[in-house]
Design a protein around this ligand. Structure first.
Ligand code: AVJ
Length: 343
């Protein structure tokens, strides 16, 4: 599918259709659910950026520190087997504003003189910010951004002879998917890569599950329920989005943010819990007809899963998608892992 452009406050009809479809199917299911991609309208993308800077949200800064400590090794491993005149091209799935990627791009420029960077995201505004950041801070990078839902559409892999592609799937984005879906996303990615291309996967590690003590469940919960209430605002913003995009009449103050650890599934769950018994009207749905949603007091909408992996689980996930693990790096506290695998 070709790249599409739209003003952030004026989504494509097809975006509204997708929002309507999610709302109708998710809110008529038992238990009620909404897909996490709905978080990322302009306000939600901005709130997510704020989350990444919170003291409790260790993920972003920890992954950045792993890149900073190991960029040279990561890039040279990924470039192995490349032709003599070839250069590594970096493509990033779900790039967002690409704040951590700069470290890897600067190292790629150091190693090979220049680099082509292809950020892919569903958010046009995030991509615009990504290219601006990269272009003004790292000379030698050519940015080719593309608005694409990488879970459904083909990746814009522009290949030059002799070059290898390094696909970045970082930030624990894979953690949003149920295990089989995560495997399918990686299989789909691998099907579009050539032998010798590589994947760099960033995963948040499970609490005290592996061979070493790393983080407590309390640390994990705080990362998803911060003291300043930014994550609560991020979660509740999905209701504001449904109001705007579909003309729904959610009163966000009638819901509260809840984060919990599900040890059986090894995931953090985010929910929006209805504080009262209430009925919500949604005038637009995917078949163009209005519908209503009833909430009992205490009933919740499950809005996100964020899976946490042991290093064995990362290996198993990669193997299930037929990637071969090359090497992985962790921070000294074993909070987060970055794994390089070949297609
Ligand atoms: C962007 C999916 C990696 O799961 O940690 C942050 C989203 N949700 N705080 C995550 C998120 C609540 C984030 N990912």
């Amino acid at each position: 599918m070709p790249s599409t452009t739209f003003a952030p406050d004026e989504p494509l009809i097809s975006t509204i259709d997708a929002v309507a479809y999610e709302a109708r199917t998710g809110l008529s299911a038992t238990p009620k659910t909404l897909s996490p991609w709905l978080f990322y309208d302009e306000a939600g993308s901005h709130l997510f950026e704020q989350i990444t800077e919170l003291p409790e949200y260790y993920l972003t800064r920890t992954e950045r520190s792993i890149f900073a400590a190991n960029a040279s090794e990561i890039l040279s491993e990924a470039a192995l087997g490349q032709g003599p005149s070839g250069k590594l091209t970096l493509i990033e799935l779900g790039a967002g504003t690409a704040t951590k990627t700069g470290i890897l791009l600067a190292e790629a420029v150091r190693q090979q003189g220049s680099v082509v960077y292809q950020p892919v995201d569903v958010s046009e505004t995030a991509l615009a910010e990504a290219s601006e950041n990269i272009l003004s801070n790292i000379p030698g990078v050519t940015v080719r951004s593309q608005v694409t839902d990488y879970t459904r559409e083909a990746l814009p892999l522009n290949r030059l002879p002799d070059t290898r592609t390094l696909a970045l799937y970082i930030g624990s984005s894979i953690g949003n998917f149920m295990p089989e879906d995560a495997r399918d996303v990686l299989r789909n990615l691998r099907a579009q890569l050539l032998p010798g291309d590589t994947l760099l996967l960033g995963t948040d590690l499970a609490p005290n599950g592996g061979p070493v003590a790393n983080k407590t469940v309390a640390t994990l919960l705080a990362a998803y329920d911060d003291a300043a209430g930014v994550t609560a605002a991020f979660n509740l913003n999905v209701l504001t989005r449904l109001n705007r995009d579909l003309g729904a009449d959610f009163v966000p103050a009638n819901f509260r943010h809840r984060a919990c650890w599900n040890p059986a599934e090894s995931r953090i769950e985010m929910h929006l819990e209805s504080l009262i018994a209430q009925r919500v009207h949604i005038p637009v749905n995917s078949s163009g007809r209005a519908f209503t949603v009833d909430f009992a007091r205490g009933e919740s909408i499950h809005t996100e899963n964020s899976y946490k992996f042991t290093s064995a689980a990362v290996d198993a996930l990669l193997a299930s998608a037929k990637f071969r693990k090359m090497k992985s790096w962790e921070d000294p506290q074993h909070l987060f892992a970055v794994t390089l695998a070949t297609a």
